[in-house]
Design a protein around this ligand. Structure first.
Ligand code: ADE
Length: 261
């Protein structure tokens, strides 16, 4: 896959794109500095918004000049991160991982002139209901989610299939490693049983139980399979060996004990 990134802060991208799983992936990244296309005297890339109320808006001309310099393949799938977009979800990452090339245009300050969306045919994506200083971090978040799904990027793709939201609407299960007992806390016995079927069932049940606990708004009767309905009933009836107590109620607390200074 080839990923083009248009930004006024190219330096933000260098470390993230060269480290870890993303750095090792064979994805080709091309980071283009929008400022290189500024032709005015001060190489300005922004101006005050029409209508007032302050802040600065990225000029359409400089963005479009940068965009026009890209090869044909870069125009097929264009994404502009914005809090005014639709929420970026795992299924979007999965669909985008099938593209040959994607171009991200990163707004900054108050945003990018609205006409750029129309002229590039960009899709708007938000990464959540909060406002960041620019589209660079959202672009990196989306790139990370997309690139890890490319063939041969994850050492063991089966691990992605157990992730939260991967082909499912709910959270995945928590993970543990050695030692079996750490500071008095035990790894659930089932994970040491060597019984793959039981482990998978536990993971499903624990993922559902944790969804009820941490993201109850995701649980909608109409999207539940018969198996999920059955598992959720067991969880609510406190059957199946899943601890359903709220955090810090498992006999330990992260809060200091009374009188402990
Ligand atoms: N730019 C600023 N905030 C953003 C958000 N939440 N998602 C995507 N782009 C943004």
């Amino acid at each position: 896959m080839k990923i083009y990134i248009l930004t006024i802060f190219p330096e933000i991208f260098s470390s993230v794109l060269s480290c870890g799983v993303i750095g090792r992936s064979r994805t080709q990244f091309e980071v283009i500095n929008i400022r290189d296309f500024a032709t005015n005297k001060h190489r300005a890339v922004d101006d005050a918004p029409y209508g007032g109320f302050g802040g600065m808006v990225i000029l359409p001309e400089v963005v479009m000049d940068a965009f026009d310099s890209l090869p044909e393949e870069a125009r097929a799938k264009v994404i502009i991160p914005t809090p005014r977009g639709r929420l970026f979800r795992q299924e979007d990452a999965a669909a985008l991982s099938k593209e040959k090339a994607i171009t991200f245009i990163c707004p900054h300050y108050k945003g990018i002139d609205e006409r750029v969306f129309e002229l590039t045919g960009a899709v708007r994506y938000s990464i959540g209901d909060y406002v960041l200083t620019g589209g660079e971090l959202p672009a990196l978040v989306m790139i990370d989610a997309i690139v890890r799904l490319l063939p041969n990027v994850l050492g063991n793709f089966q691990s992605a299939e157990l992730d939260s939201f991967y082909g499912k609407w709910h959270l995945g299960a928590p993970v543990y490693t050695r030692p079996r007992v750490f500071r008095g806390l035990k790894v659930p016995d089932v994970l040491i049983s060597g019984d793959h079927k039981r482990v998978l069932r536990w993971k499903k049940m624990k993922g559902l139980a944790d969804t009820l606990k941490y993201r109850p708004e995701l649980v909608e009767e109409k999207k539940l399979t018969e198996e999920e309905k059955e598992l959720l009933k067991m969880i609510k009836d406190k059957k199946g060996g899943i601890d359903v107590r709220p955090d810090n109620q498992n006999g330990r607390s992260s809060l200091p004990k009374k009188g402990a200074g």
